[in-house]
Ligand binder design. Sequence first.
Ligand code: AMP
Ligand code: MG
Length: 489
Amino acid sequence: MKKIFNFSHTYSKLPPFFYQKIKPQPVKNPKLIEFNLELSKFLNINSNDIDKKVGGLIFSGNHLPDGAQPIAMAYAGHQFGNFVPQLGDGRAILIGELIASNGKRFDIQLKGSGKTAFSRQGDGRSPLGPVIREYIVSEALHYLGLRSTRSLAIVSTGETVLRETPTKGGILTRVASSHIRIGTFEFFFFQKDFKSLKKLADYTINRHFPEFKKNNPYEFLLEKVIKLQASLVAKWMSIGFIHGVMNTDNTSICGETIDYGPCAFMDQYDPNKVFSYIDYAGRYSYVNQGKIILWNLSKFAECIIPLLGENFETSKSKAINCLKKFPRYFEENWLDEMRKKIGLEKKFKEDFNLINDLFKIMKNENFDFTLTFRNLSKILLEEKSTFFEKNINNVKEINNWFTRWNKRLQKENNQKSDIAKKMMKINPIYIPRNHIIESSIKSALDNDFSEMRELLKLIKNPFTEKTKNKKFSIPPKPNEVVSNTFCGT
Ligand code: AMP
Ligand code: MG
């Protein structure tokens, strides 16, 4: 019989203190709730042999498939600015790596699979609600064209986990290009174990950036991570996404969005928006995400300094020079993303103010982030849209902006209808709105998965409007707004 998974293992070839060998703890009554067939095909998984029963057993960790070699990875990290020398996979277990049909290597990890050496006070488990949230939002980001970890399966465990209140347990099968985080580097840097730090850097380069093997590989690595994160966070900003827990242990080295906790898309535009209710100070608010990623990258740069040469001062200035490039990368990426959103391909200096003035209007008028950009196309197509007419406070200001925008569009030398069509392929109509996620979770906890599945279908084609699914595209009514996401993950 063909094996279900063709696992290989490279991370576990690193020294033993990089991880703990540990098996998932079996659960009482595993049930496969969702299986991502498309992703499983991409990963060359023999999905014909995965029926509900087998899937439940495998993706709960109750049955370890042939070739699996489970490990929990060690890492450290700065959480809300404070250093924690040992975090690690406290409730996640990497069961193996797969080579996908594009030739790239992916980690397959069970999240919520029981205690490990890194669990500290935790129970090693995940409630089903946050598992569903991660599945939906990570897949949504993927289909919106952002780099993200993916989700292969959801299993309910048949067990209760204790959070604010007792709730159903769940396990997510997460797929990542790797689970190496800034915090993984910090783990060895803190211990002044520069030999292991170098091993980790070499492994990272080999796995993700083999093109850097020759000259100054570590400086290239630092610069590459800076570039990847600058482009990723600019993309988050362009879709109104708030990650919510941008700790250094939740910042991936390969530039994927990772660790979906109190994350959400905003409805009404508010630069200071935060969803996580433990983030009192707004450290991880929408508008702070650029600054925070630079802070995280500076922690990564510290870890790389010992690898840049014998002389500390010279190495430090090399690292600082790399970091100094971040603001330019970030602003360029941000501008490129936002230009595309309003139909601009050419670059003019005035674009920065034009875009920022639109954001000011969106803030003053409490416009819905997603619908603002979607309706700009309608205006170009001269389709009926009352979006910019209803409940407006400052009509003059908006009309003024439209005039400036129209003037600027003329410099594109392109038909307005063509511009509008391109904008429709960039500005989604369907994002997983927070109130819909919450209501899907609520129904799912009552064993009704229909809304969750409907939402999962729509986010696969986020740019194609379907008349039938109006509810999923409109902002919440005041009584439906969910402004906090539970942190009880
Ligand atoms: P997170 O907030 O999910 O990024 O997790 C931060 C750290 O806490 C990581 O080391 C996790 O493995 C650990 N952790 C989170 N939840 C649990 C849990 N329920 N049991 C054990 N460890 C946990
Ligand atoms: Mg984490």
